[in-house]
Ligand binder design. Structure first.
Ligand code: HEC
Length: 714
């Protein structure tokens, strides 16, 4: 329901255009950060060393660019964007999905391009993609359900790309494009004149499949499609029920991809099949779910795959682009692919064949008690390297904030089914550790090519999985629209926004005051499109249910009966849902139930398979024990590593940016940011000066957020 309205896209060139394109000679590969996570290998590595161990303590704010697309009074946005720099210009998107071009030496605006209509919901967006051919220089960016091409020099939409400058990503994904909402949270990558992209799809029953697609950067023409849920005759088809390719969904690459340009191979990190927690309609191993997948970048033809979780029942999506690395094996250099996972492993695979370079064992794992469920009997466990986060817990790991808090979580722990990693979901409730936030998350890992060390951030936060028969568990009290809305809300929304609509701010917003925050139309759009960690519900719930949810959220009790309540139907397959998922298991006062550290940074030597160090990252001062170590704090962004001997990583709620000594993990610099940061850092050099920059979330005064650049004093 998104008419292509180019006229809503208002692109403005700022008047104050200073020295811009082409005035600073740069070597695109060495000292700039010209694509997401530095380069097509997703290395998050910078070869710059002007800022180094000896002088990092002098680092200071060189410039701050204030974004300006959220009017004062609005809720502060968070930024997940990793800025890129080409020919002296920084390209970065805001939380409201406006693309900005900034002079990267001064922080002055060159142009801005608003990509969303007024009232259209924004969604997490981690950056933009740059492509050029001769004089034709473009920014390819995804916003809403569209991929669009913006002129890198002027900030204007290029109408000859796709239809009026845009491609509707809903088209060509099997399902009726009017009835689905797919988008792109991580920028695509360039191979010659192609942009290769994954998709963000819902996690629930009825989700569309996450096909991989390549479009021509010039025309927007679709060049190839790879079916991540294979069709008859395609590799992997036999790992699903025969008709699954017509109805199964998910298996999408939301976290990003990497390209080996010389070999012409693209490597994708794939997510789990939908629905996350119950798989009776998708019996089998479910290729290419949870796979590292290698395709011919020019044609999309299958090369190899490695599945990290068979028949996923835990939402263990591969959460970050694979790192293309080179390790020493028996004295020889071997090109490899290193994949960090939500469940805490690093799989190191031969880049040509996909075969593990360290032993991986298929181990027997617990079977499921859910009606009809056939959990896969074994799962792959790498013997080397060891996991970078905690993968099991006992009663000794429970926090003791007070006797009553401890008793509450202990009682809960004892009531659960828990047999360690891969305990399948259960009606009784199970514990999932690591859980949906990882282990690793979208920030991914940074790779130092000089030492073969991989730097990985990991979360240690269990979640509880409680399965219920959704139709029977939530019964309507009468036949009103409001009641239908209440029940639909409880089934689909309460896991995150809470049964009382209170949410868990700031992770999941409260919907109690929604009337004063947004119009019904905007709330409906948000429900249909999703955004951040909220899935899209378009096509997942019916149009009647959408209207009913709005009646419920906006307290419209007096409405006449219109919607016939769906009676539980014995013939219909039962839809089980996890009603406690996607949030940290906490005590009654909202404090994490498991002891910290809740977040760590690890340095893993990929050539030896051994860890060099691991440290906690971030701190919750309120929960830190007196004289005790810092607690670590949930974060999803990732590190970068530089030739200057430094690892830069930002905090999250604690509003920090740190530099660590890459060989010891010792903190060597920190600064406080004006707001929570939730994005990866970049580093680049211009006119003889090295910068470290990152997107920072909005504040009360400036809800739009900013970009901050740091450098050594003149
Ligand atoms: C997996 C967790 C999750 C589920 C399930 C979920 N949401 Fe959300 N919701 C979020 C998050 C996270 C945000 C903030 C998103 C952002 O910043 O873009 C959000 C934002 C919203 C907003 C905007 C609120 C604001 O203050 O900006 C509305 C309205 C909303 N959700 C409605 C719903 C409805 C209705 C459902 C069920 C049909 C639902 N959500 C299900 C996580 C969830």
């Amino acid at each position: 329901m998104q008419p292509s309205k180019i006229d809503f896209i208002k692109c403005v060139i700022a008047l104050a255009v200073v020295c811009v394109v082409g005035c600073t000679p740069t070597n695109k590969n060495e000292n700039t950060w010209s694509s997401y996570k530095a380069d097509s290998h997703s290395s998050s590595y910078s070869s710059l060393n002007q800022i180094n161990l000896s002088n990092v303590s002098q680092l200071e704010n060189a410039w701050t660019f204030q974004m300006h697309d959220s009017p004062p009074g609005q809720d502060p946005v968070s930024s997940q964007s990793n800025p890129i720099i080409v020919d002296g210009v920084m390209y970065v998107n805001s939380g409201k999905q406006t693309v900005y071009a900034i002079d990267a030496t001064t922080g002055k605006e060159i142009w801005s391009c608003k990509t969303l209509d007024e009232g259209q919901p924004s969604a997490a967006s981690r950056g933009v993609t740059y492509w050029e051919s001769g004089d034709d220089k473009r920014i390819l960016y995804s916003s809403g359900n569209y991929l669009m091409a913006i002129d890198a020099k002027t900030g204007k939409i290029i109408p000859s790309f796709g239809t009026d400058g845009k491609i509707n990503l809903n088209e060509g994904v099997r399902n009726d494009p009017q009835k689905i909402s797919v988008s792109l949270s991580t920028p695509g990558r360039i191979f010659k004149d192609l942009i290769i992209i994954g998709l963000r799809t819902p996690d629930f029953y009825g989700a569309p499949p996450g096909y991989i697609r390549a479009y021509n950067c010039k025309t927007g023409k679709l060049e190839w499609t790879f079916h991540t849920i294979p069709h008859p005759g395609e590799p992997g088809y036999e790992t699903w029920p025969p008709d699954a390719y017509q109805y199964a969904g998910g298996v999408n690459c939301w976290a990003g991809l990497s390209i080996d340009i010389d070999r012409g191979l693209v490597f994708l990190a794939l997510g789990s099949p939908s629905y996350d927690y119950y798989g009776t309609d998708r019996k089998g191993e479910n290729l290419f779910g949870n796979c590292v997948l290698a395709l011919d970048a020019a044609t999309g033809h299958y090369k190899w795959h490695f599945q990290t979780v068979h028949h996923d029942l835990w939402d263990y999506d591969l959460p970050a682009p694979p790192n293309l690395v080179t390790i020493k094996k028996n004295g020889k250099d071997v090109d490899a692919v290193a994949q960090v996972t939500k469940h805490g492993f690093v799989f190191v695979l031969d880049r040509e064949t996909g075969k593990p370079l360290y032993p991986v064992e298929e181990r027997k794992v617990p079977s499921s008690n859910m009606p009809g469920e056939e959990a896969w009997p074994t799962q792959p466990f790498p013997l080397i390297p060891k996991a970078f986060v905690k993968q099991s817990m006992t009663e000794d790991d429970l926090n003791h904030y007070s006797d009553s808090s401890h008793n509450a979580i202990l009682g809960q722990f004892r009531s659960l089914r828990y047999e360690g990693l891969f305990t399948p979901p259960d009606l009784k409730g199970t514990l999932s550790l690591p859980a949906t936030r990882g282990g690793a998350n979208w920030g991914g890992a940074a790779y130092d090519p000089n030492t073969s060390v991989l730097y990985i951030r990991g979360n240690n936060l269990p979640e509880i999985v409680t399965m219920v028969d959704l139709d029977r568990h939530f019964a309507a009290r009468d036949n009103s629209i409001f009641e239908t809305g209440r029940v639909t809300y409880l089934k689909h929304c309460s896991a995150c926004h809470g049964a009382e609509k209170k949410g868990i701010p700031p992770t999941f917003p409260s919907l109690l005051d929604i009337k004063n925050k947004m119009s019904e139309k905007e709330a409906l759009e948000k429900t249909r499109m999703g955004g951040g960690s909220m899935p899209a519900f378009k096509g997942v719930i019916t149009a009647e249910e959408e209207q009913a949810i709005i009646a419920f959220l906006y307290d419209k009790k007096g409405q006449a009966t219109q919607v016939a309540q769906e009676k539980p139907d014995e013939q219909k397959s039962i839809r089980y849902g996890n009603i406690t998922g996607y949030r940290t298991w906490s005590d009654p006062d909202g404090r994490p139930a498991m002891k910290g550290p809740w977040n760590t940074l690890s340095a893993l030597n990929l050539s030896t398979g051994e860890y060099e160090w691991q440290i906690p990252v971030g701190n919750d001062e309120k929960l830190q024990e007196e004289g005790g170590p810092i607690t670590g704090l949930l974060a999803r962004s990732g590190p970068i590593v530089t030739a200057g001997g430094l690892v830069f990583i930002s905090g999250a709620a604690d509003k920090k940016l740190w530099a660590f000594d890459k060989s010891t993990g010792k903190m060597v610099w920190e600064t406080s940011l004006p707001a929570a940061n939730n994005a990866n850092v970049c580093s680049f050099s211009l006119v003889g000066k090295q910068y470290v920059a990152l997107g920072v979330g909005g504040t009360k005064e400036n809800p739009s957020g900013s970009v901050m650049a740091f450098a050594l004093p003149n």
